[in-house]
Design a protein around this ligand. Structure first.
Ligand code: AMP
Length: 428
């Protein structure tokens, strides 16, 4: 039989890498708690129809979709928002607004594997449901800032835009929604010529094309200058003017809160997923040219799944990409090294005593491994050393009779005899 390997785009995380992932997850959970987002758990497998409904062509075409044994058309989730919208439209229908939900777990996309792009990846997802106000949008940006700071990625930039600016123009030019989504997706991929061709084919005015051409070239980190320029460009498109004003309010609220993010407003920014209706953003770090997360406002998604019209804003962060960002920046994990102990019975007959001692230590909160290879003492100590354990507890017959064990400090190579009821204190 040939040697088994992981599938393309799928990874094993050995302890070192798993540790970084878990660290980022811990930071994400802490942020959720601090901001009042309650964690929920949704299924990895959902109906294809639900997941595909508003994912956008790009994500839809890359879903792990299949028929289950019952003949249902299902898929592995490519993200969390559809599942959350399903819940909001059904079980949580009558929940008092606003409510804040947090989910974390794996997601699946048949993407072309490369650095930071995998077929199985992890997201932390925050959704603020029920508010259409700019302070809700501001909160989602601030929360992303907290997560990035918590992961030690202090020098990140935020690319910000507003779907309403371009959609406003296209709507006023009487271009249908489906066409709009196709145009936005081309813009998202910076295929502007193709996007403009579609606009032209939809019989938009010359003026519209001129405005769009100027808009997509607009990008600056001088926020107020940029917003004024955008406002001027779209002055004949009422909805677009309102969108720019909305973006201004959101960014002002973020800055007035004292949250100092380095933002770049990009007028041609569209994001891949179809369901966004308002502000959108993506955080980036200098040494990685892929987004570490993506978020924005989606006011019509819940209604699409049969719920009442419910405004919402949310963000999904790529745990893998944040971990990668930390590794590239060599950010040290802030983990306290806890003392570890290896319990070694002097002879086979004392196995049960060793297990008993290990239970007592764990009950006292000490991290314990037990010698399970039947090694002689010298070899067992050597092994504990190699595993970088701090102490060995040697369980011997004579000591047990006196209610004691031997504790050996493996680094100092010193040992002494202590009462069993004092051993946990001794180690701490
Ligand atoms: P999206 O809403 O599609 O922009 O996804 C949100 C975030 O999930 C992205 O910014 C990435 O951090 C992460 N993500 C999406 N696709 C992948 C992938 N194939 N591999 C790793 N992370 C991903």
């Amino acid at each position: 039989m040939s040697e088994f390997k992981t599938l393309r785009g799928m990874r094993d995380f050995l302890p070192e890498d798993a540790r970084t992932m878990i660290y980022v997850e811990d930071v994400a959970r802490k942020v959720a708690r601090l901001y009042g987002y309650k964690e929920i758990i949704t299924p990895v497998v959902e109906s294809y129809e639900l997941l595909a409904a508003k994912a956008g062509d790009e994500v839809r075409s890359r879903m792990f979709a299949f028929r289950d044994l019952g003949g249902r058309h299902v898929a592995l989730r490519p993200e969390f928002t559809a599942s959350v919208a399903r819940l909001v439209a059904t079980t949580l229908r009558n929940e008092p607004k606003p409510f804040r939900l947090f989910c974390m777990g794996s997601a699946y996309r048949y993407d072309e594997p490369q650095r930071g792009r995998y077929r199985e990846f992890w997201q932390s997802d925050y959704e603020l449901v029920g508010s259409s106000r700019p302070e809700a949008d501001a909160e989602i940006i601030m929360l992303t800032d907290s997560l990035m700071q918590g992961a030690g990625l202090k020098k990140f930039t935020m690319k910000v835009g507003h779907v309403g600016v371009i959609r406003g123009i296209l709507t006023q030019e009487r271009i249908g929604e489906k066409q709009q989504s196709a145009i936005m997706q081309l813009m998202d991929k910076k295929q502007y010529d193709d996007a403009f061709k579609l606009v032209k084919n939809a019989r938009a005015s010359e003026k519209c094309l001129t405005v769009l051409r100027q808009l997509v070239e607009c990008s600056s980190n001088d926020i107020s200058k940029m917003l004024s320029r955008m406002e001027k460009l779209v002055e004949n498109y009422e909805k677009s003017v309102a969108a720019v004003e909305n973006l201004r309010q959101i960014l002002e609220l973020v800055s007035q809160s004292g949250c100092k993010i380095d933002a770049t407003v990009d007028a041609g920014f569209a994001r891949g997923l179809e369901y966004y209706t308002g502000m959108i953003f993506e955080p980036y770090v200098p040494h990685l040219d892929i987004a570490l997360g993506g978020g924005g406002r989606y006011d019509r998604l819940v209604e699409l799944f049969g719920g009442e019209s419910t405004p919402a804003v949310g963000v999904a962060h790529g745990i893998d990409r944040i971990a990668l960002g930390m590794q590239l920046k060599k950010t040290a994990l802030k983990v306290e090294k806890e003392k570890t102990v290896m319990v070694i019975p002097i002879k086979e007959e004392l196995r049960s005593e060793a297990l008993k001692i290990s239970r007592m230590l764990r009950d006292a909160g000490v991290l314990v491994e037990v010698e399970v290879m039947g090694r002689k003492m010298a070899k067992a100590l050597e092994d504990a050393d190699r595993r970088k354990m701090d102490y060995a507890i040697i369980v011997g017959e004579r000591e047990l009779k006196e209610g004691t064990v031997v504790i050996r400090d493996l680094a100092k190579r010193q040992q002494n005899t202590v009462k069993i009821d004092k051993m946990a204190d001794e180690i701490r």
